[in-house]
Structure formats: structure tokens, C-alpha cells
Design a protein around this ligand. Sequence first.
Ligand SMILES: [Zn+2]
Length: 324
Amino acid sequence: MPRAAKLIKIITAALLAASSLTASAQPAVDEHLSAARKAAGTDFPGTLARLCIVPDAPTGSGTGGPRPIPERATWYAEPARMFDNLYWVGTKIHSAWALQTSGGIILIDTLYNYAVEPEITQGLAKMGLNPATIKYVIISHAHGDHDEGAKLLQDRYGAKVVMGGPDWDLIEKNPNIPGGVPKRDIIGTDGQKLTLGDTSVTLVSTPGHTFGTLSMIFTVKDRGRPLTVAYSGGTAFNFPKDAARYDTYIASQKKMAEAAKAAGATILMSNHSEFDDAWDRGRLARLRRAGEPHPYELANDAVQRYFTLTSECAMAAREKLATR
Ligand SMILES: [Zn+2]
């Protein structure tokens, strides 16, 4: 049949065109995917899946219109004392962290608006901490799953909100954020040391996921033993797809790997359980017996491998742009 024959001819031509387009880029993509798999090992399957396998939608969360509040049973999680001085007050999906110092609490990330009261203010109280002692609120990046609770904590407790400059610009252009837009307090900058009482958090500017993404280095204590945390502030590729943006992201991963190495970090932390299993690790920490290693402490080079993994997946995604 001439019509069917014509269709087959068109499909064949399209496939041929596609294969000749991908021919040059595919080996490079495969090389990066295989390097990413090797770097992930058995430590970071969630990050490998999200960055190297599952494609992302090109929009940030929290920038759209109103969205329904999910059923509480799908997200509510009990708070956990993760380290002597670090409490996890997140949902099953998103993390918020309370670093207890001699001068009050440094809170890292604030969840969606619907979760700030049940998880953060009530979660801290459940842990025997007073939310009114939150002095700093560091926002890793200005997407709704991390910044919507900020205004409530600023208004109610006078906490100072810290965010990267470009991300302050981003939220101030978006007045309809559930929970409201906090007033501009502190612009977090690269290398800035935020000190409260006996504890400091060093900010590392890691643009990519958003242009104002802040990562962090800080120390926690595990049964009195100091351990260093590398906190990665932005992970997924849900940004406009262009090579320059991937280059920015990749440079930030290398920068954070170096900062983590210089500080001797053996813990990799994130703001989504998808990437660091915070929810599971909190439950494991409760079951831990004397003499057992902490569920968050990673062996030798794992923190470095994490940033190799995120870089390699970004390089694969950048190579794939050429195949479109
Ligand atoms: Zn985000």
C-alpha cells in the first residue's frame, strides 16, 4: 500500500536521522553514565536514579500556582535526634535540620508551608527544644519545598533568614508563595561563616540547581565525637536545559567536593530523603546500639564519590543536549 509504504519510509528516515545525530554523542553519554554508576556504588542509589535515569521537568517546585496539600499520612514523619546536637525535623520526602548550639538553634531549610508547624515547631517541642530559640534559618535554595516555612519562623520568633542573593531576588518576584515571602535579612555569600554560640556553619555558594544555591560545611557530635557534614544545597536538574547551566552546576559540584575534602567530611547530607535517606537514617539512628557505627557516617571516599556522581550525571545530561 502506497500510504503505509510512505509512512514506513518516513519513520525509517527519522530513525536514521536520530541515529546519526546520537552517533557522536552516545559514547560520551555512556561513558559518563558508567562513571556515575561506579561513583554511586551501593551508597547513593536514589541520587543515581534521579539524576542519571529519571528525566526532570524544566521547572522549579514552588514557582507555580496553588497546589493541593497532600494527605498527611503520605508525608508526616516523627522527628529524630540524628546526632548529639543535630535534630531531623523533616517530612518523609523533604528535610529540615535543627543544629543546637549554646546560643540557640540554627535551622537549615523550612519545608512546604503545610509542614512547618507539624514538623518543625511541634517537632522541636517533641524533642524538648524551644522553637522560639531559632536564631538563624538558612535556606539552601528558594524552592517551595525548602523556603515556604521561612516567613512564619521569621515573624513568630524573630529568626534571621539567610539565603543566596539570586534566590532572594527569585522569591521577591513571587509574592504568591504559600506561607508568604520573608523580608530580606542576610544574603548568604561564598565562604561566609555563620556563628551562633559555640557552633559555626560555613556557607559554600554552589549555583546550578538555582543561581543562589547555598551548600554548607559544619560539625556535629556523635556520642561526643566530632564529625564533619557536607550539606549539598541543590541537586536535581529541573532547570532550563542549556550547556552553560550544566557547566555552572558541574563547577559547583567540584567546588563542594574540594570544600568537603578540605574539611574532612565523612557525612553527606541533603534536603531530600531521595538523595541521602534521611528518613530511614533517622529511624536507624533510634535502633542503634552501643558500639555500632552511625547510620550517616560514610566509609573513606564516599563523600567524594557523591560529588563525582552528581558531576558525571550532569555531564551525561549535557552531552545528551547534543542529541536533541
Ligand atoms: Zn529545588
